[in-house]
Each structure stands twice: as C-alpha cells, then as structure tokens.
Design a protein around this ligand. Sequence first.
Ligand code: PLP
Length: 392
Amino acid sequence: MNPNDPTATGDVDLASLFAAPHDTTLNAAGAVAPPVYQSSLFTFDSYQAFQSRISGGSQQAIYSRVDNPTVRAFERLMCQAENAAASAAFASGMGAVAAVVFGLLRPGQRLACVEHVYPDAYRLFERLLRPFGVEVSYHPVAAFADPELLRGVSLVYLESPTSITFETVDLAKVAANARCHGALTVIDNSWATPLFQQPLALGIDLVLHSASKYISGHSDTVAGVVSGRAEPMAKIIDLSVPLLGAKLAPFDAWLLIRGLRTLDARMRVHQATAGLFVERLNAHPLVCRVNAPGPDNTPELRGRSGLLSAVLAPEVDVARLCDALKVFKLGVSWGGFESLILPVRAVLTQAGEHNSLQRFGADPQLVRLSLGLENPEHLWADFDAALNASVV
Ligand SMILES: *Cc1c(COP(=O)(O)O)cnc(C)c1O
C-alpha cells in the first residue's frame, strides 16, 4: 500500500471476510445478510446434547447472554479482521473495557495506563478498579519506551492515538517490554479500526474497539468488541462474558456486520477529508496546532481516520465557533456520517470526580473534529466561515 495515496486503506481485505466458507445457519436460502437470531435461549434435541454443552463438549448456542449465532457471526468476522484467535462482543465499548480489566486483574495487581485515556475508561479505573484493589498508574506516552516502567505491572492499557490529544505509542516496543516483565498488553484501537492499525501483528495481546464508532459507522448503536490471543481471551470469555453480563444483543450484531461491509469504503472518505482538513488547518492563521496522526508521522498507522483535534488561537471564542457552525453538529461520540465538534473547554467543566482531561490537562482552546461523510468542501467552508466569525 502506498501511504501517500489518500484513498488507500490497509491490506485487510474485508470482501474476503464475507467470502468465508458458507455457514448454513447464517446463509440459509442464500441470504447475503445473516438472520437476526432474536432468541434468548436455544433448545436441545436430547439430554445427551444438553449435557454435552454444559460440560463443554459442544459449542451449541445455549443462552444469548453467553452466545448467540448472529453475535457469533460478528465475532468471527472480527477475528478474521484482527487476525485474532478469539473475539467477544459487548453491549458497549465500556462493557469491553470492563470485561478486560475485571477478567484479567485481581486485587494487589497493577495496571499501567496512558495518561490521556478515554475519559470514561479513566473513571472506571479510578472509581471501580482502584476500590477493587488494583493499583493504577498513568504515564505519558513517551514513558512507555523505558523498559523499567513496566516492572511489577500485570496489564498495560494503551490507547494509540490517545483520546482527544491523539498522541501515539511505539506499540512493538511496549509489547516487547511488557513481555519481558510478564505483563499483558491491551490497546483501544477504536480510532484506527482494523484497517489502519493491526496491533496484534506488533505483539500486543488484546485489541478492543468501541464499535459504536467506525465499525457501526452510522451512529445508531452502542457496542464493543475485544479480540486477541487465545489465553487472555479464554479468561474474558469464561468470566467476564457470562458474569458481568454485558453481551452484545443480536440486532446490534447484525448492524455491526452491516457496518463492516462498508468500513473500507467509509474509511477512504474519512481519510480523504481528514487529509484536506490537516493541510488547511495547518495553514490557517487562527490554528496554533493540529493533532492528526497518520502514516506520514506514525509508522504503525496504515491510514488516517477522520478524527483529529486542533488548538485554536487565543482570540477564537470556542463557544461562538460551536454556535456558528451549520453543517458540523455539536456532540460527543464520533465515527458516523455526520461531522461533529467537541469543545474541550466544556469537557473540562464535567461535574463530580475528575476525568482524564481534567487530571492530565488539555488546552481549553482544543476542539476535536469528527469528519463525517458529507461533501468535504462544504465541511471546510462551514468550519472556515465559523472560525473566522468567532474571533473576539
Ligand atoms: C466511545 C469510546 C469508548 C467507549 O465506547 P462506548 O461504546 O461508548 O461504551 C472507548 N474508547 C474510545 C476511544 C471511545 O471513543
């Protein structure tokens, strides 16, 4: 793949995922889209068949909190996309994060995490994991290059690029350092999707996504998924899936399978629009800094997604900018059709306990843009006009 080609995506061939061997339960009557198995339970033909399932001798679906054929179809596609031994899908990205940390960590063990981690992951670690007895430490991305950092650590929690600030980590190096100390590694790969970053190939043990973002692609479902090496996945599947109870629902799995079919096409558009914005933001007199990782500055990345942030000049009134935008909408989340702005100034006022941006700092002039699938010139015209109109 040519990293300079703005329309190129990685070398994961999504079409080949869907050409996988014919599954008669999922492709009955030649259907190209699988049926939604909207059933809570699955019955057995005989005592013997039931007992075999209970004792682990068969894999037949039994109850949808544990396993459902439509959900299994999505998990199988994710396994192929990530080149993983196993996948487990959850009712949200946070369900996936909780399944990893509570499935793998025990009181007295230590989690090492990047500083600008997804704000709700930070709150999970501080409000639930720490009282559970797990020690949690946070480090700037550059600190992970030090092999001594991970001494005594059981799990390394990475996000690369990090949320909102979009700093990146040398994944192969961290994976090697962690292995030296017997620590497992997990990365939140929502930003890159399996198309633009393949962490398992770099030695990372587990990769998770908020599938609410690019994998769904249409801002119409909340979902999560974890994939990775057989051993840690077995713990997550045996403990977290049945006991934490955040399994993905069948209809949501169906939406995600639909999302995967268009992921490659959508990411090409996000990438092209982001390329246009990076160039013009960098040249704009009212923009001080652009945080936009891509293959040009980050060797792990095979593409640039549509999520980036920019520090605006001090004379820009961020509230006025948000209110002046007509095509961009103001909102959390990202990865769908519609373009969104997230003003960090407002996130810094979150009530209650601190989130990761409040704890580790972020410039109040920082805004995050999720560049959607609208006409890129209309998007730029909207942003440029609103920015110029918001100087005070
Ligand atoms: C949204 C998000 C999550 C949480 O996912 P949900 O599906 O909202 O639970 C985790 N990580 C990142 C980077 C996110 O953007």
